[in-house]
Design a protein. Sequence first.
Length: 155
Amino acid sequence: MFLKAYNEMIKSKDLLITNLIEAVNKALDTSPLDKQIEALSNELNNMNKEFELLVKMNTITQQDQTIWRKKYAELEDIYKNKEAELNSLITKKNEIKLKVNKFNIFIETLKKGELITEWDEALFNFNLEKAIVHKDKSITFKFYSGFETTIKAEE
């Protein structure tokens, strides 16, 4: 029954691939993250300049060191928080890139897909998200590609 379901998917692979590419591009778009990452990077660069200026002013003019340390510590706390936020965004972007790579591999596999006549455990494990067995002995196959079909049991 899996062979029939898989072959049905392969027969409609061109439309499936087009739909998958559109869905992946829309769902896994990193451009909003890229903008946030760029903005935070710029903020951190500006803060580095503030650190340099703060240190330079402390060496040029005599200042109350208690106030200076407090100002430096406040700036440092803000910097660390922004840096943690930046690292989190970069991690999130990398996770999305990994998902995109997996989808691209899947799409390439689907493009090469040919009708099968024999059981292939690797195809089964790699392509099938789940199979739902019904009381009438039919099985609904749901593939990772989004393709879904129900195959009736042969008597």
